[in-house]
Ligand binder design. Structure first.
Ligand code: FE
Ligand code: FE
Length: 287
């Protein structure tokens, strides 16, 4: 299946489901380097197609344009719960009986965090972590919403999944962007690094005034696998990034591995989440 900007929302989610399984398989604990490669080679073609589009089209210029567009927060105001319900209108029509809805994935993640006794802000982080996927509903193609994220404007790490697809990215032909540091300074800190555009950056920005710093790191970098699972890009990190990394790592298993758990009862849990949301957020926030 070719990945283009014209794809429908339901097609996007078919690929997104394949992507989640792919990531869960790829980063399974205790997996050897050789197993990584085998897994990549035998991956479902839709995932490979997805990464081909993502790696070819996510340029520095594209990321800067999307930051400018979405960091303005002029898409309207919504409460967190409204955003979750809005996101829930994304439905995978391929298998409505067995697949989780968007809210169910969010609640599975947050309920697993709650069960382990983590602080309330972290439970809430689990609940909101994928709300940036409303970008799909604004018409963004899925290669600009989901998938692993990576720094743009400097050399690509070979720890990024399917690194061979970067050869067709126009930035590969810009020598300035292909040095180790590219447009950045050594240890400039991730707050100064532009990431490939996606749902992490968007939700991180939307909630930046309401959630604690550790939560913002979990949100902004949960798809930056080359960093939190493969330790790439250490030359760009500040001491603050290093201090926050354990939190990003702590979050990841809840996102990836809570999917096997029983489906949460959204109706029963709603009052708990409404209280939790009210503790951190005003009624409506800008998106
Ligand atoms: Fe996500
Ligand atoms: Fe997720």
């Amino acid at each position: 299946m070719a990945v283009t900007a014209k794809e429908t929302v339901s097609n996007d989610l078919v690929i997104e489901d394949g992507w989640s399984e792919f990531v869960a398989g790829r980063y399974r604990e205790g997996k050897s380097e050789a197993e990584f490669r085998n897994y990549d080679a035998s991956v479902v073609p839709t995932v490979a197609d997805f990464y081909k589009a993502n790696h070819e089209l996510q340029t520095l210029e594209f990321a800067l344009a999307k930051e400018k567009e979405y960091f303005a927060l002029n898409k309207g105001t919504m409460s967190i719960w409204q955003a979750a319900e809005f996101l829930n209108t994304l439905v995978d029509e391929s298998d409505p009986d067995t697949d989780l809805t968007q809210i169910e994935h969010l609640m599975q993640t947050s309920e697993a965090i709650r069960k382990d006794g983590h602080p309330r802000w972290m439970v809430l982080t689990g609940f909101i972590h994928d709300l940036g996927k409303v970008l799909c509903l604004y018409g963004e193609p899925q290669w600009a919403v989901v998938g692993d994220t990576f720094p743009v404007g400097c050399a690509y790490s070979d720890k990024i999944v399917f690194p061979e697809y970067f050869a067709a990215n126009p930035d590969s032909k810009v020598p300035k962007y292909q040095t180790q540091y590219g447009i950045y300074e050594p240890h400039c800190g991730l707050s100064n690094v532009h990431m490939s555009w996606g749902h992490d950056a968007y939700i991180g920005h939307v909630v930046r005034n309401y959630m604690p710093e550790e939560a913002l790191y979990m949100l902004r970098y949960h798809s930056f696998y080359a960093w939190h699972q493969q330790d790439a890009y250490s030359h760009l990190l500040s001491q603050h990034d290093e201090a926050m990394l354990p939190w990003v790592k702590k979050f990841n298993p809840y996102d990836l591995y809570s999917k096997g758990a029983a489906k949460p009862n959204v109706g029963n849990l709603k009052p708990y989440y409404e209280d939790l949301i009210a503790e951190f957020f005003p009624d409506k926030i800008a998106w």
